[in-house]
Design a protein around this ligand. Structure first.
Ligand code: UDP
Ligand code: MG
Length: 312
């Protein structure tokens, strides 16, 4: 197979990992005798990631890089990579060797068999128990709520054929949740498996808060169900309130007013206030999204690149 393969690697403060990952990928392709380009996206790193990339690109013509003006996040880095990739197929992987390059031949084999998407799925061995428990729970819940299906252990490590890449790029939305988008576009899909490994050097950039935000993003970028839940909650509380008022009216007609009803009054006010606040929060979430989408901002800005196209 002589089609060009693009490898996209988002890198945020990964100076120490650039060379090892380049070497590992190079080794894989040496035995495959297939042409490849390695496209690093420096996501506004504050360490020598960019200078390492410049040096590497000087010595190896297959190394391309795009450097952002600031940290735009991994999602933006992935789109930048997809925008600039020339390959017939594209492989997205992390810089920290947690996505083993030794899986590349299997991904390519899937592509050769005709799959537009070949997904690498990892197990969660060696991961903090609390994190894998929360992830399991999250995937159970999210698959009940949203229209696309997400699988635990499947991340951004995957191969996309040209058609799949073009489809992902057609989606211009600003709030991006790649996992969902990859699932949303469909196409024939094959899964290959790999063992969870520790990152090569440096620390993970995900804090608990990041993960929580990512989780919320997953739910709200793919549906309007939270809005509907609000609606149901509103309807149910209204029905209860009406029954309560009716019961009270009957009581008063029968026995007259006997208790001041201070407690019930306060609890009703608090309860309804809570429901209203919740609804407002969810509505605000969507209004915020509409606001961001109407701005139609570019997903990223390029500071410097050695690819031939300028920024989109
Ligand atoms: N990354 C990025 N921008 C960010 C955060 C992370 O490009 O703002 C890259 C990072 O350099 C790595 C990949 O995304 O190549 C995965 O990040 P990390 O290893 O921190 O995540 P984890 O493996 O812990 O999920
Ligand atoms: Mg990692």
């Amino acid at each position: 197979m002589n089609d060009l393969i693009s490898i996209i690697i988002p890198a945020y403060n990964e100076a120490a990992n650039i060379k090892p990952v380049h070497e590992a990928v190079q080794q894989e392709f040496a035995s495959l005798s297939s042409p490849f380009e390695l496209l690093f996206i420096d996501d506004g790193s504050s360490d020598p990631t960019l200078s390492t990339l410049q040096m590497l690109a000087g010595a190896h013509p297959e190394v391309k890089y795009i450097s952002f003006t600031r940290n735009f996040g991994k999602e933006a880095a992935i789109i930048a990579g997809l925008d600039h990739a020339h390959g017939k197929a594209v492989i997205i992987m992390d810089a920290d060797m947690q996505h083993p390059p030794s899986l590349i031949p299997q991904l390519l084999e899937g592509y050769r068999e005709g799959y537009e998407q070949v997904v690498a799925k990892r197990n969660r061995n060696g991961e903090a128990k609390s994190r894998s428990f929360l992830s399991h729970l999250y995937y159970k819940l999210i698959n009940r709520i949203i229209q696309v299906e997400l699988h635990d252990g499947e991340g951004d490590f995957r191969l996309l054929g040209r058609k799949a890449v073009d489809s992902v790029l057609k989606m211009s939305e600003g709030n991006r949740f790649s996992k969902g988008l990859f699932s949303w576009i469909g196409f024939e899909q094959k899964t290959v498996y790999f063992e969870n490994v520790e990152r090569e050097s440096g620390a993970s950039k995900w804090s608990f808060r990041n993960l929580l935000n990512y989780g919320v993003e997953g739910v709200v970028s793919f549906n309007q169900k939270p809005l509907r839940i609000c609606l149901y909650a509103g309807v149910i509380s209204l029905v209860f309130a009406l029954f309560y008022i009716l019961a009270m009216a009957v009581q008063i007609l029968r026995h007259g007013i006997d208790v001041p009803g201070y407690f019930t009054l306060i609890s009703a006010v608090l309860f309804l206030g809570g429901v209203q606040l919740l609804s407002l929060g969810v509505i605000g979430e969507y209004v915020g999204r509409i606001y961001m989408e109407t701005k139609n901002r570019p997903h990223y800005l390029v500071r410097e690149t050695n690819t031939d196209e300028e920024q989109q």
